[in-house]
Design a protein around this ligand. Structure first.
Ligand code: PLP
Length: 407
């Protein structure tokens, strides 16, 4: 008796997602030197001073503070502004909580601007509309490795006397018109968390070229102790966000790999973008003319009217073809998280609002473009281990699915 066997179709992407080896001999060498030290404290520790020197070769910032996370780096930048309670910082609604945590802890108010539909970064006109007499800063989040339109944001900031904080956590190695991210605004903030281009487990770096904001930068992440003068009489409140020598040791080794990692990711991402041009219903991300995208992940959008299926179905078809696609990115814009919807920032209260220093009501915030990006966006993993041949398979799989569904 013969049993009909359904035809087994081989997926177009017939191999698992390539995974890079991220830590190895270079990290071991640094760590071996580190364990023989007399102290693991960061201040003048040999690992941390090496890290600062190496970091400056990539990002020549005059004042630097190596800290415990990207969130810490952003909090330190915000603290250095000495916000008055209720002052505002304009930020993207598609980002990590780390962008807004420091603003809220400093009793500031995050104000969400809407995004450009194709770069997923803040739309300068939306930023302009969000400015009020209480605005102190713009936080430019370079999402997924794609630089913001810094030329436009810096012009707005100059016109309105605003500080610009660059959140570079996802954009190691990215450049706007040839200038690395983090060097154009007043502060550059970076993350070494486990998932970023380079990582030490958890760590961060904050830097500025401005002497007025940078002198004493370390105080904002080191309990307001003055390590330069060696005195202990804190004038203001500051957390302990220090990096320590073990993390610095790993960061030194990781920084040595940065250029190669970024070059390979840019090559893979640019190739995928070029191969997806002109596909029905598929909108690859747009990099602004002259900019360099370092592709922390790959984020495309679907035109569901053209594809005539739901995003979930499209993603299921991609997965059947071996593409490690995921529907969406973060589940909703940041202002829609419970903590914002309930204004539950400090034990169920929000002092700056309770004391009449802001009228912000996050239940009434709406950024329709950001919402649309999260509703029809698809993310794909992208990393430095992906060869051209692998990317070509991914592109072929997406093309096959899109062309079939769009007809
Ligand atoms: C990861 C990330 C942060 C926070 O970095 P941590 O090191 O995890 O604190 C901030 N902003 C963005 C955009 C990020 O992706």
């Amino acid at each position: 008796m013969s049993t009909a066997t359904p035809p087994v179709l081989k997926p177009i992407v017939d191999e698992p997602v390539p995974q890079p080896v991220r830590w190895g001999d270079a990290e071991l060498t640094q760590l071996a030197a580190m364990v023989r030290q007399k102290s693991l404290f960061y201040w003048n520790g040999p690992q941390t001073s090496t890290l600062l020197a190496d970091f400056r070769r990539h990002y020549p910032l005059k004042h630097l503070f190596p800290c415990s996370s990207g969130s810490a780096s952003l909090h330190i930048a915000v603290a250095a502004l000495r916000l008055k309670p209720g002052e505002e910082i304009i930020v993207s609604p598609i980002t990590d909580m780390g962008s807004v945590i420091g603003i809220l802890y400093q009793q500031g108010v995050p104000v969400f601007a809407d995004l450009d539909p194709r770069t997923y970064n803040m739309d300068p006109e939306s930023v302009r509309r969000a400015i009020t007499p209480k605005t102190r800063a713009i936080m430019a989040v370079h999402l997924a490795g794609n630089p913001c339109d810094m030329t436009a944001l810096l012009a707005i900031a100059k016109e309105h006397h605003l500080v610009v904080i660059e959140d570079c956590a996802q954009s190691w190695g990215a450049k706007h018109r040839g200038t690395p991210v983090g060097l154009m605004g007043d502060f550059g903030c970076y993350s070494f968390n486990d998932f970023k281009h380079i990582a030490c487990g958890d760590g961060g770096m904050v830097g500025t070229n401005r002497d007025d904001l940078g002198a004493g930068l370390s105080k904002w992440g080191d309990k307001c102790y003055d390590r330069v003068a060696g005195t202990r009489d804190p004038e203001e409140l500051a957390p302990n966000y220090r990096m320590s020598e073990p993390e610095s040791a790993v960061c030194v080794a990781q920084l040595g790999k940065l250029e190669n990692i970024v070059a390979r990711r840019n090559r893979a991402g640019s190739l995928l973008t070029s191969l997806l041009q002109g596909l029905p219903g598929v909108l690859p991300p747009v990099t602004r003319e002259g900019d360099f995208h370092s592709y922390w992940f790959y984020f495309l959008r679907l035109d569901l009217a053209v594809l005539k299926v739901s995003r979930a179905d499209f993603v299921a078809e991609l997965r059947a073809q071996g593409v490690a696609a995921n529907a969406g990115y973060i589940p909703m814009p940041v202002y829609r998280y419970k903590v914002f919807q309930n204004h539950n920032f400090f034990g169920g209260a929000w002092p700056v609002r309770d004391f009449g220093l802001t009228t912000m009501d996050y239940t009434r915030v709406s950024c329709p473009v950001a919402q649309a990006i999260l509703d029809d966006g698809v993310t794909l993993p992208l990393n430095e281990a992906m060869t051209d041949a692998y990317i070509e398979k991914v592109a072929r799989a997406i093309r096959t699915v899109a062309e079939r569904l769009a007809t």
